[in-house]
Design a protein around this ligand. Structure first.
Ligand code: PLP
Length: 291
């Protein structure tokens, strides 16, 4: 089952907006988007992907904060958090609570009249437990970026969740060509960065480390949630630069994202990694209890 609503952004000067009246449900098979929309023609827009448990969205506020941050980096109008929150709750309530789900928020630059095009989708999905249990083999792929990309070339929009994911998808195809499941990007200097759709977390002893988001990585909502939990559960956490060698030598490493949750890395470029099954299970249990 899938649900689609077009959202008309409300006029901020108008008092007491009726958010329901600004949500238009459309048939998922109907053509509702202009072929001239900048999101379609140029990938010029931002999005969020949110996991759903038992009819409620996981950490929706973190996603709305990041949607606003991405819009700011892209010079798009600020999304109204309350309006989007209303839409998220409406969609989550329409999905079968017995099944897992995914909600996507999309905001594009529109068709040129200065107004963004906004929509929200909800889909029921089978829970993706296979990779959570069996882990992923990753390859390190050069992203071709210096570690200071965000200051050096802000127009590359590193750190914003833009609709321009074609290079990320190409990297995943390259991983599959090489017999792997996923990717950890590296910078020109050999720092580990993130996956094409996930954050990287590395454990050494009781220290959990993630590559810093200021270095062009997307600030991961799952990683942030996990670090809060980890600090309450006997771990220390750090966000800093991480050399690729440090990942290879770590006691355990994971890819973290909102729908797949925490997935252990079982091999890097054919080198087997240790897997921390106990901590993987505990982290996923914590995430699955959110909502
Ligand atoms: N990094 C990139 C490039 C991503 O696309 C994603 C998620 O899609 C993440 C990190 C993880 O973010 P989150 O945990 O908020 O899903």
């Amino acid at each position: 089952m899938s649900v689609v609503f077009v959202i008309t952004p409300h006029d901020r000067s108008a008092p007491a907006p009726d958010f329901d009246a600004l949500l238009t449900r459309v048939d998922p098979n109907d053509a509702v988007l202009s072929v001239f929309d900048a999101g379609v023609a140029r990938g010029d827009g931002v999005f969020e992907t949110i996991g759903v448990n038992a009819g409620s969205a996981r950490k929706p506020r973190s996603h709305l904060d990041r949607l606003a941050a991405s819009a700011r980096i892209m010079d798009l109008p600020e999304p109204d958090a309350e309006q989007w929150m209303h839409a998220i709750e409406r969609v989550a309530g329409l999905l079968d609570p017995a099944r897992g789900g995914v909600i996507r928020l999309v905001m594009t630059r529109g068709t040129g009249d200065g107004r963004p095009t906004c929509w929200i989708t909800g889909e029921e999905t089978p829970p993706e437990v296979r990779e959570r249990e069996h882990g992923v083999r990753v390859v390190l792929l050069d992203r071709g970026w210096p570690i200071d990309i965000a200051e050096r070339a802000p127009w590359m929009l590193a750190g914003a969740k833009t609709l321009s994911y074609a290079p990320n998808m190409a990297a995943l195809r390259e991983a599959r060509r090489r017999g792997a499941d996923d990717v950890v990007f590296t910078s020109l200097e050999g720092y580990a960065l993130e996956g094409p759709t996930s954050s990287l977390i590395v454990r050494t002893g009781t220290m959990l480390v993630t590559p810093t988001s200021g270095d062009g990585n997307l600030p991961g909502t799952t990683q942030r949630e996990l670090f809060g939990w980890a600090e309450q559960n006997g771990f220390s956490t750090q966000s800093r630069r991480v050399r690729a060698d440090e990942v290879r030598q770590a006691d355990a490493a994971w890819l973290a994202s909102s729908v797949r949750l925490v997935v252990p890395i079982i091999a890097i470029d054919d080198r087997t990694m240790q897997v921390d099954e106990g901590l993987t299970r505990r982290m996923n249990e914590h995430l699955l209890a959110l909502g």
